[in-house]
Design a protein around this ligand. Structure first.
Ligand code: DGL
Length: 269
């Protein structure tokens, strides 16, 4: 790995949800050049097998390494659960990898929570990654998990506020699994968009954590430790997708909170 700090940060997700993390990284580290890859042709990862997600994650990481990324942020909980260990092994020493699970787990362990709720895609929940990592850090913390597969497509279709969103959110958060929690982890990179609705539901009685700012802080810490923080922007950011539709571009604006141009990049041929 050569050490130029002007090299870009790669960020990838199954689609556009990871743009919530990209935005937080951009705000925390405005001098960094970003290369985002949304694997829209394979969206959603949350319903895929761990093997399929690992294959996609390897292909995308290879592409991001060809772009000379000094760091790769896996801005997807499903991919972080299935593929982080494999990517670390496979590309050992070639770049810095950041997943979205460990920084959130670290935050939970720093606080004095007794009962943690986790909502995420089926892939993330079935991996039990949050439960296992939190329990490994403190076996006395109770962890309750609930797969909430309707939330990501609902948000992508633009239903992140209003009656439909409210009904779906209330239904999920009212499930027996999530009663008595003192913190809820939004363990999917789409969910920051419905954070306000979730906060309204709990009315301040439950803490809510998502991985946007927490992951951006972790990226900053790792780059600083490695002496790789950029001191000025070295070029344009790029936002690649494996499949383009107008609705992806519209949704991208929603997730990134500013107008961005999506470029199609074939990496599977
Ligand atoms: N971004 C994915 C995650 O954080 C959710 C969307 C999907 O299922 O692909 O798990």
């Amino acid at each position: 790995m050569h050490s130029s700090s002007s090299r870009p940060i790669g960020i990838f997700d199954s689609g556009i949800g990871g743009l919530t993390v990209a935005k937080a990284v951009h705000q925390a580290l405005p001098d960094e050049r970003l290369i985002y890859f949304g694997d829209t042709i394979h969206l959603p990862y949350g319903d895929k097998s761990a093997d399929a997600i690992r294959y996609y994650a390897l292909k995308i990481s290879k592409f991001l390494l060809e772009q000379d990324c000094k760091m790769i942020i896996i801005a997807c909980n499903s991919a972080s659960s299935a593929a982080y260990d494999l990517l670390l092994d496979f590309f050992e020493g070639k770049t810095l990898f950041v997943n979205v699970v460990d920084p959130l787990v670290k935050k939970v362990l720093e606080k004095n929570y007794r009962h943690v709720g986790v909502i995420a895609t089926k892939a993330t929940i079935h991996s039990s990654i949050y439960k296992n990592k939190i329990k490994a850090g403190n076996q006395h913390i109770k962890v309750s998990q609930l797969a909430t597969p309707l939330l990501a497509p609902m948000i992508e279709e633009g239903f992140y506020s209003g009656d439909i969103a409210k009904g779906v959110i209330e239904n999920y958060l009212g499930q027996p699994e999530l009663q008595g929690i003192d913190v809820l982890l939004l363990a999917c990179t789409h969910y920051p968009l419905i954070r306000k609705e979730i906060e309204n539901y709990y009315g301040g009685k439950v803490d809510i954590l998502d991985s946007t700012d927490i992951v951006a802080d972790e990226a900053q810490r790792l780059l600083k430790n490695a002496g790789l923080l950029a001191d000025k922007k070295s070029g344009e950011d790029h936002f690649y997708v494996s499949d383009y539709t107008v609705s992806f571009e519209q949704a991208a604006r929603l997730f990134y909170k500013e107008s961005i141009t999506l470029e199609v990049k074939q990496i599977y041929t």
